[in-house]
Design a protein around this ligand. Structure first.
Ligand SMILES: Nc1ncnc2c1ncn2[C@@H]1O[C@H](COP(=O)(O)OP(=O)(O)OP(=O)(O)O)[C@@H](O)[C@H]1O
Length: 302
């Protein structure tokens, strides 16, 4: 099979994402689970962001809320101008038909195995055309398959595809409705190194060529090579951000500053700290038994 790229489908404006004070509690019998405990996340239109973090941190819950699959316990989610927490069902239906695409974990959950790649794309476009009253200008299957690097295999049976190629077909299918926001849950899980690189490269190409906003969840630490911004979710909150390989702590909307993982090990709960500004540089000073123990860290004021 050939792996090659063709002319990209026409760009469509990406959708911005903004959450404020996002809280989600799963209500269970006798036990409630707080999956998200106040997430303030802003993603610009056309940006590509990876959500990282340990298992159970709340990444998939956050992705589902961005997709509008269910409503949060508290807080707001804006996709473009639409507040998903207040939107009526027809508005959410329209958003799902053409504005936001969700790539579920595992190609099998996104594809109909008895159809070819082209037929899977046509199937995905059918609902979008109906929602738009037949007026939707959607990209053709050859264009889409070309964009993900799978030109010329649109009519071959999916049974002859490798796991990496199936994931690329999945990407073409979720792009079939020309979404402004693409949400991908673990798009590289269970793929070998070479296939992971191809899928991440295809996602980055989609983001750059089509302008689609991309938010993906991953355990893949290598993802930072392909994604300019990573956001680490820890215990249902934003625990930090990575930009171009640099790690940052992020001040929350209500003024809290979660410590980065390595500092957590050094600073026990209850530790008293002082911020001091010296020559344009912030210093974090730790107090022990009423005494100053010295400079722990320095941060540029800017
Ligand atoms: N449907 C559900 N009902 C009850 N609890 C849930 C449900 N889905 C997730 N949880 C719980 O919510 C918390 C966050 O789960 P979530 O799947 O969002 O985390 P995650 O970071 O995506 O984890 P993983 O990387 O393992 O997929 C966990 O404690 C999980 O057990």
């Amino acid at each position: 099979m050939l792996l090659e790229t063709a002319a990209a489908p026409p760009a469509r404006r990406g959708l911005s994402v903004r959450t404020r004070g996002l809280v989600h509690v799963y209500r269970g019998e006798g036990r409630d689970v707080a999956a998200l405990a106040g997430v303030d996340l802003s993603v610009r239109a056309g940006e590509m962001v990876a959500l990282l973090g340990p298992s159970g941190a709340g990444k998939s819950t956050l992705l589902s809320l961005l997709a509008g699959l269910f409503r949060p316990t508290a807080g707001s989610v804006l996709v473009g101008d639409l507040d998903l927490t207040k939107a009526a069902q027809p508005e959410l239906d329209r958003l799902h038909a053409s504005g936001v695409s969700l790539m579920l974990q595992g190609a099998a959950r996104n594809l109909l195995p008895f159809l070819t790649a082209e037929e899977n794309i046509a199937f995905a476009q059918h609902a979008a055309r109906r929602a738009a009253g037949g007026d939707a200008h959607l990209p053709g299957a050859p264009e889409l398959l070309g964009t993900v690097g799978l030109a010329d295999v649109g009519r071959e049976p999916l049974s002859s595809f490798t796991p990496g190629q199936l994931q690329l077909v999945t990407l073409a299918v979720v792009l079939a409705t020309a979404p402004g926001l693409l949400l991908a849950d673990e798009p590289t899980s269970r793929l070998d190194h070479g296939a992971r690189e191809l899928v991440l490269a295809a996602l980055a190409r989609v983001n750059q060529q089509l302008g689609t906003t991309v938010v993906l969840v991953t355990h893949d630490a290598d993802v930072a090579r392909w994604v300019p911004r990573t956001v680490t979710i820890r215990d249902g909150r934003i625990g930090g951000e990575g930009r171009a390989g640099e790690e940052y702590a992020v001040v929350t909307a209500d003024g809290f500053l979660p410590l980065p993982g390595h500092a957590l090990e050094l600073l026990a709960p209850g530790t008293l700290v002082r911020f001091e500004l010296e020559d344009g540089v912030y210093h974090l000073r730790v107090e022990a038994d009423g005494e100053q123990t010295g400079k722990q860290d320095g941060v540029d004021e800017s």
